[in-house]
Design a protein around this ligand. Structure first.
Ligand code: SF4
Length: 437
């Protein structure tokens, strides 16, 4: 789509979604949030089961999901300015002993302290660039900290400032459910390791980066591979060169959108619902399948709809609509472009003409892009402010707590992956790194 030639006036944008939420909840600014509890500190929810307010608040959290113990009062009660000062002071004291990673979906109040920002895989790569750091403080969610632990040195501590920062999508594929699925598929396909006359095994498991280390380990043990939203097509091509079918988890939308763009018919992409026998499918359908899609989704990206795109087009003729491939298929089809967070950032940065962008991804990134590119008008497709519930669990209070812990010689909230899981998980990651278009 051609750039919209507009006389947009550069305007300052506050990159802080938190400030916007506070103002909306206080009635000092127009707008709507999906839950007014977002104005509270995440420690209000640490002791309760559930993902907390935000996009995943309607999802069922697995029994036994990590919880965060009580954050000391001095961090809960500190002002934004005090926490900012304490984080800077602790980082200065620690120097090169610590490196702070900030995922694009983190609050601005965290991102300002990050030594590196990026998506989950970029951040794991940055962690490898700091082999001398004693600690990697990962401001993201649990599976990201696990991936950083897989790729960092054994003596480096990977710290997740709030252990309740899981990921509802990653939680939708548990290792028990995936093992059970594999057993049921083996009853249909026979020996899962035996290649046919074309040299293809019955199924290659492919997991999105947004999955637990246990799932990555499963994939590594069964000849499979990891993918990201940037390389999903390359990885599916790798898998189709080795298997007759792909079992793709946990995100059905990334799997469907990618396979559809490769020409796989929807009829050959049955869904696997782990709560139903044969995933809710049948033997004939599974026999004909090319991609078996796990019944998982991201609750942030599932909020985007074609009605929002229609409204954006009506309100802003010529608007450029870019969405993430974790969005449902009809949304991706209705958008002008779809791509990873890195794609979205690069596409906007590369646009020189003042342009109106409607973006379908997590609101913290969209707001930051709007602040970084005041020559454009950039807004989130979803008019309701609803950040990722689990990214939201990382608040400056927790970052100050873990950093001051390190200053005092205490490693808090370390995330480690046991060796029997880590070894095959690394194999799956290495296959991804070696896969070429
Ligand atoms: S944005 Fe979606 S996939 Fe990413 S951490 Fe949040 S729930 Fe998980």
């Amino acid at each position: 789509m051609a750039a919209t030639l507009l006389t947009l006036q550069p305007r300052p944008v506050d990159p802080s979604v938190d400030h916007g939420i506070q103002a909306i909840v206080a009635g000092a600014a127009p707008g709507e949030t999906c839950n007014t509890d977002l104005a509270a500190g995440p420690w209000e929810f640490d002791a309760r089961p559930g993902y907390g307010p935000g996009s995943s608040m309607g999802d069922v959290i697995p029994t036994g999901a990590p919880r965060q113990g009580e954050l000391p009062a001095e961090y809960r009660e500190a002002s934004e300015e005090e926490l900012d000062r304490r984080i800077r002071a602790a980082k200065q004291t620690l120097g090169d002993r610590v490196v702070v990673m900030g995922h694009h979906y983190q609050r601005e109040e965290i991102i300002v302290h990050a030594d590196h920002t990026g998506d989950s895989f970029q951040l794991a790569g940055f962690a490898q660039q700091h082999p001398d750091a004693e600690a990697i403080v990962f401001c993201g969610v649990h599976f990201m900290a696990e991936t950083a632990d897989l790729l960092s040195r054994p003596d480096q501590a990977v710290i997740l400032p709030n252990l309740a920062a899981g990921c509802s999508m990653a939680d939708m594929a548990s290792i028990d459910e995936v093992e059970e699925c594999w057993e049921q598929l083996a009853e249909i396909y026979g020996d899962m390791d035996e290649a046919d006359a074309d040299g293809l095994v019955p199924v290659i498991p492919v997991t999105y980066m947004n999955s637990s280390a246990a799932i990555k380990g499963f994939v590594g043990r069964h000849g499979g591979i990891v993918c990201t939203s940037s390389n999903a097509r390359t990885v599916l091509e790798w898998a189709f060169a080795r298997g007759r079918r792909v079992l793709f988890f946990p995100d059905q939308h990334l799997g469907r959108n990618t396979a559809k763009a490769m020409g796989v018919p929807l009829a050959q992409m049955p869904m696997w619902n782990p709560r139903k026998p044969l995933g809710g499918s049948d033997e004939a359908t599974l026999d004909d399948a090319r991609v078996i899609l796990w019944h998982g989704f991201c609750s942030v990206h599932r909020r985007f709809t074609t009605a929002q795109i229609d409204k954006a087009r009506a309100d802003h003729p010529g608007v450029r609509v870019i969405v993430h491939p974790e969005c449902p298929m009809d949304v991706v089809d209705a958008a002008d472009e779809a791509g990873s967070t890195d794609y979205i950032r690069t596409a906007i940065a590369a646009t020189t003409e003042p342009t109106v962008f409607a973006v379908g991804t997590e609101v913290n990134l969209v707001q930051r892009l709007a602040a970084q590119h005041p020559q454009h008008e950039i807004f989130c497709l979803d008019p309701v402010v609803c950040p990722c519930s689990t990214m939201y669990r990382i608040h400056p209070g927790y970052l100050a707590w873990v950093l001051e812990g390190l200053v005092a010689g205490t490693v808090l909230n370390r995330v480690t992956v046991p060796a029997d899981v880590a070894d095959p998980a690394r194999v799956a990651l290495e296959r991804m790194l070696a896969a070429r278009p």
